[in-house]
Design a protein around this ligand. Structure first.
Ligand SMILES: [Zn+2]
Length: 168
C-alpha cells in the first residue's frame, strides 16, 4: 500500500492510477445504462473492472470511480458478479446487475471512503492554511477536481466550512 500512500500526497488525487496500481481495471467515459453513475464487475480472471458513466462530468466520474473503489476495498465479499450504482449511489436493478447484498450502510461507507481518498484531510487543511484566509469553495473543488457539493460535504464533516468562502 506504500505506492498508494504516495499517490495521496498531492491534489488532485489520481484516482485512476490508484485503482490500476491495485491491479484493477478502469473504464472512464463508459457506456453504462441510463441513470447509472458507476459500476464494478468481476472479470473472468478474478480482477474487477470499475467504470464511470460517459454521461457525467469528469469531476463526478472521479467520485464514482472512488466510490466503486470503496466497494472493492470494503465490500469485496458482497460484490459477487458485480453491482451498479444509480445517480444517488444506491445499488439498483436499473443497470446490468441487481446486487441486493449491498445496503444503504454500505453505500454510505463507500461515499465516505471516496471523500477521504479524493479529499484527504491533510491536503484539505493544507490548501486552506496556504491560502491565508482567502479561499473559496470553488478554489477548493477545482483544486481537488470534485463537485462543489462533494467538497462542501467534506468541509462540513471536517468542521472547516467557516474558513472557506461560499461553503456552509
Ligand atoms: Zn455504491
Amino acid at each position: 500500500m506504500d505506492i498508494v500512500k504516495s499517490m495521496l500526497d498531492d491534489a488532485p488525487i489520481n484516482i485512476e492510477a490508484i485503482i490500476r496500481s491495485l491491479g484493477q481495471e478502469v473504464v472512464k467515459d463508459a457506456d453504462l445504462p441510463a441513470d447509472i453513475s458507476g459500476q464494478i464487475k468481476k472479470l473472468p480472471d478474478g480482477r474487477y473492472e470499475l467504470s464511470s458513466s460517459a454521461g457525467e462530468h469528469y469531476y463526478r466520474q472521479r467520485f464514482s470511480l472512488a466510490h466503486e473503489l470503496g466497494h472493492y476495498i470494503l465490500h469485496n465479499s458482497l460484490i459477487g458478479a458485480g453491482l451498479d450504482d444509480n445517480t444517488k449511489y444506491r445499488s439498483t436493478s436499473e443497470g446490468n446487475y441487481y446486487n441486493t447484498a449491498i445496503e444503504l450502510a454500505h453505500e454510505r461507507q463507500a461515499n465516505s471512503f471516496a471523500a477521504s481518498v479524493l479529499m484527504p484531510e491533510k491536503l484539505v487543511r493544507k490548501a486552506i492554511d496556504e491560502a491565508n484566509g482567502d479561499v473559496s469553495l470553488s478554489d477548493l473543488y477545482r483544486k481537488f477536481q470534485v463537485s462543489a457539493s462533494a467538497m462542501n460535504w467534506r468541509l462540513r464533516n471536517l468542521g472547516l466550512t467557516k474558513y472557506v468562502k461560499g461553503a456552509g
